[in-house]
Design a protein around this ligand. Structure first.
Ligand code: FPP
Length: 244
């Protein structure tokens, strides 16, 4: 194993040549984190957004090429209170506005998985602006799943395949992958769910076929780069047979 001078934060022997190419995270536990601290739920999302910032920077610095986070599912958007959704939108606007130029400079390609066209104008506009700004960035792709559902993504792909007049005989796995929001990106090799639940909640259903799944009770705002490094180390101990 090559020794590394990358900014790792634990003493774990991470093999920098065998890092996951794509890490996906279900950011769960924000509200419980807030309740435990006697704070309002919105404070949990705020802490979650701050933690996300640290995690994305860490991934960029150690050389991860793709990170995807589940920020708002189609169900969250429909079922959570208007006040909570508004709070998440405000956080999102704040992040994309304040980080736009910083992301541009440091090579972070912000990208959205999901139908954000359905969002209020102010949110849509802020998202479009950052997407345009970071379009040519290549260091790390940072996908945020917003109004995202795995089944919805597959239905959307099928609709577009039909609209494009593709013949049934031409439909194969490679083609379907091209019609997903993650088109052109490698499938996640490591999916992480903090927050103590053992389910995948309609996240990256097609793309997760061979992913390693890491679950932990730690709540998302406390899932620091140190915890992520433990997950990466765990991942590197797996015997990835990939069907062999
Ligand atoms: C899940 O925790 C978290 C969410 C539904 C929202 C995640 C949003 C952010 C981290 C902030 C905004 C994102 C960006 C990209 C700036 P939960 O509310 O389900 O927590 P619980 O399980 O404790 O109830």
């Amino acid at each position: 194993m090559k020794k590394s001078n990358l900014p790792f934060v634990t003493n774990l022997k991470i093999d920098k040549e065998a890092l996951p190419k794509h890490i996906a995270i279900i950011m769960d536990g924000n509200r419980r984190w807030a309740v435990k601290k006697g704070l309002k739920p919105g404070e949990g999302h705020k802490a979650g957004a701050q933690n996300l910032e640290n995690i994305v920077n860490y991934c960029r610095d150690i050389g991860i090429k793709n990170i995807t986070v589940y920020a708002l599912s189609t169900e969250n958007w429909r079922k959570r209170s208007a006040e909570e959704v508004k709070g998440i939108f405000n956080l999102l606007i704040q992040v994309v506005k304040t980080k736009r130029l910083e992301y541009k400079k440091s090579g972070i390609k912000f990208f959205v998985l999901g139908n954000f066209q359905a969002f209020p104008f102010k949110v849509k506009n802020a998202i479009k602006k950052i997407l345009d700004t970071v379009l040519d960035n290549e260091r790390i792709k940072f996908n945020v799943a917003l109004n995202y559902g795995g089944r919805d993504e597959i239905v959307n792909a099928i609709q577009n395949i039909i609209k494009d007049g593709v013949k049934a005989s031409q439909v194969n796995e490679e083609l379907v992958s091209k019609y997903l929001y993650t088109t052109g990106q490698p499938d996640p090799d490591l999916i992480i769910r903090p927050g103590g639940e053992f389910r995948l909640s309609n996240f990256l259903l097609w793309q997760m076929s061979y992913a390693e799944l890491y679950f932990t009770n730690i709540l998302w705002p406390d899932f620091t780069p140190k915890e992520l490094e433990k997950a990466i180390y765990w991942y590197q101990q797996r015997d990835r047979r990939l069907g062999k």
